[in-house]
Design a protein around this ligand. Structure first.
Ligand code: CTP
Ligand code: MG
Length: 225
């Protein structure tokens, strides 16, 4: 079974509010993106890493990625466009499965990644890392209209892991239907196909705001101990 990794890293990081994309923020002596790629490089099942980077990105080529089997591919307008571009870029040497992992999630643990891969291969269906919602969840705008029962609510994380052709078809279909999707699983759900929920660590956070960056810096310093 061949598995390629796709790392969408073509966002601008608007919610971080910096003048450069958040994947190039430093934690210790390495950028967020280097930490993330370093994690994926430790997963023996992954044969190749494709990083989707903006056409105008001048930072990526300056990274020290020596020793990693990494290819730069061109990202797109939305995250799903970046992932689709990466899948199209590998079409001539298509792997059996693809593992998509956000550049902005450097805290992911290798154990969680291998667990996701093993469970999905065993059941022969796609799946994602997810963690059960811990807070009480309200629906509303200025006032709470409803408390949503949380027993069956999950927070979607990455990696998200699917057979190559299933994900390619689902993303193309979503694009044709102009569906707003923020992860791979939602495209597969729209195509009516199952997405296995594999419980993962909730500290696999996506660095989105300055608070997340502060927390990620702390967690990363704990991990490297
Ligand atoms: N991403 C991408 N291509 C896009 C948009 C996002 O590859 N057109 C990537 C980001 O680089 C990030 C991941 O998808 O690694 C998750 O997206 P998000 O956290 O939303 O990052 P940004 O879009 O960069 O941030 P923001 O939404 O605040 O602008
Ligand atoms: Mg975004």
């Amino acid at each position: 079974t061949t598995i390629a990794a796709v790392v969408p890293a073509a966002g601008v990081g608007a919610r971080m509010g910096l003048n450069h994309p958040k994947q190039y923020l430093k934690i210790g002596d390495k950028t967020v993106l280097e930490h993330t790629l370093g994690k994926l490089a430790q997963v023996p099942q992954l044969t190749k890493l494709y990083v989707a980077v903006s056409e105008t990105d001048g930072y990526f080529d300056e990274l020290d990625l020596s020793g990693l089997a990494v290819s730069r591919v061109t990202g797109g307008q939305e995250r799903s466009d970046s992932v689709l571009n990466a899948l199209l870029a590998m079409q001539s040497t298509a792997p059996d499965w693809v593992l998509v992992h956000d550049a902005a999630r450097p805290l992911v643990e290798i154990n969680d990644i291998t667990n996701l891969i093993e469970q999905c291969l065993t059941h022969q269906e796609g799946g994602i890392l997810a963690s059960k919602v811990k807070d009480t969840i309200k629906r509303g705008t200025s006032h709470s209209e409803e408390t949503v029962p949380r027993a069956t609510l999950w927070q979607a994380l990455t990696p998200q892991f699917f057979p190559y052709h299933q994900l390619l078809n689902a993303l193309q279909q979503a694009q044709q239907n102009n569906a707003q999707i923020t992860d791979e699983a939602s495209a597969v759900e729209l195509a009516g196909q199952p997405v296995r929920l594999v419980s993962g660590r909730s500290d696999n956070i996506k660095i989105t705001t300055p608070e997340d960056y502060a927390l990620a810096s702390f967690l990363m310093s704990q991990q490297s101990k």
